[in-house]
Design a protein around this ligand. Structure first.
Ligand code: PDD
Length: 288
């Protein structure tokens, strides 16, 4: 049985309870993280916790938990769930807490609710373009809010876009803004490859500062054999790309071979993906 953490206590996940007046439940007023651990080793743990601390500060949720305390708590939860022998993701959720009434303004003297649980994640995909799982995606105008850099638990906009992809038999939905520029996917960052260069939209309020994205960019730049650019990417460029990838903590770097039913490049997983995934795989546990 999975052991969860709720407000200072470890307990079976099924027994975890929160108040219906919790602002996370009423307003989606909270910040979350998802961190992968492979055989007990985290990927980007410090970067994930720092992003959460930044997110909490951005929405003024008063949490006094330090980076060291978060990291000890998450590592402890992983080992309580037998994480040394398997691959686990840990979900971390901090809401503004439960008030005594429903009122939009931030309440005073309310303790944040902290909830964490683990879940099984798959083995990494093989570094092999002929064997890796390839994704098909659809596209839609990005109708979420203008604070996508905050990893808010209010995910209905993302959920609706994800469902657009899912309902049409795809596994993601790539999003574009009102200038026809790529932003990201409903639960992933996005990349194109053209003439050997990896290009990904710049980090601004239109996208989540993905930790996998950070590790990809840093490791490719450090290794040096593949050029990486962070710049505006138009949807015309997406449709004309040689390769398209998506990334997240659970998908790592995943190749996309079809967009809106049309093949990406020649319709097979590209060579640059394989090279980049090897570089990422070699570097992922060394990233902070
Ligand atoms: N999704 N963009 C969005 C909108 C996301 O929700 C995510 C992550 C990413 C990738 O970020 P990272 O590399 O830090 O996982 C980009 C998580 C995994 C989720 O909601 O389950």
């Amino acid at each position: 049985m999975s052991i969860a953490y709720l407000n200072g206590e470890y307990l079976p996940l099924e027994e975890a309870r929160i108040s219906p007046l919790d602002r996370g439940f009423l307003f989606g007023d909270g910040i979350y993280e998802v961190i992968p651990y492979y055989a007990g080793k985290p990927v980007g743990l410090v970067a994930h916790i720092e992003r959460m601390i930044d997110g909490l500060a951005a929405v003024e949720i008063q949490s006094k938990t330090t980076l060291e305390q978060w990291s000890a708590l998450l590592n402890d939860l992983i080992s309580r769930n037998g994480g040394a022998e398997k691959n686990l993701g840990v979900y971390v959720h901090v809401s503004r807490g439960a008030d005594v009434k429903r009122f939009h303004a931030y309440p005073e003297n309310v303790e944040p609710t902290v909830f964490c649980f683990t879940f099984d994640i798959k083995d990494p995909e093989p570094v092999d373009r002929t064997a890796v799982h390839a994704y098909t995606v659809t596209t839609a105008q990005d109708l979420r809010w203008r604070r996508c850099h905050i990893k808010s638990t209010a995910l209905l906009g993302n959920v609706m876009h994800f469902q657009q992809g899912y309902a049409s038999g795809n596994s993601e939905c790539l999003l574009y803004n009102d200038k026809n520029e790529l932003t990201e996917g409903s639960s992933v960052n996005a990349y194109i490859v053209k003439d050997g260069v990896v290009i990904t939209p710049i980090q601004d309020n239109q996208i989540l500062p993905g930790i996998t994205r950070r590790i990809i960019i840093d490791s490719l730049k450090e290794e040096g054999s593949i050029k990486v650019e962070e710049r505006t990417v138009t949807m015309d460029e997406v449709y004309a790309a040689d390769e398209v990838w998506i990334s997240s903590s659970s998908k790592e770097i995943a190749p996309v071979t079809q967009i809106d039913g049309k093949p990406v490049g020649d319709g097979t997983v590209g060579e640059v993906w394989e090279k980049a995934f090897r570089i990422y795989t070699d570097a992922k546990f060394t990233h902070r």
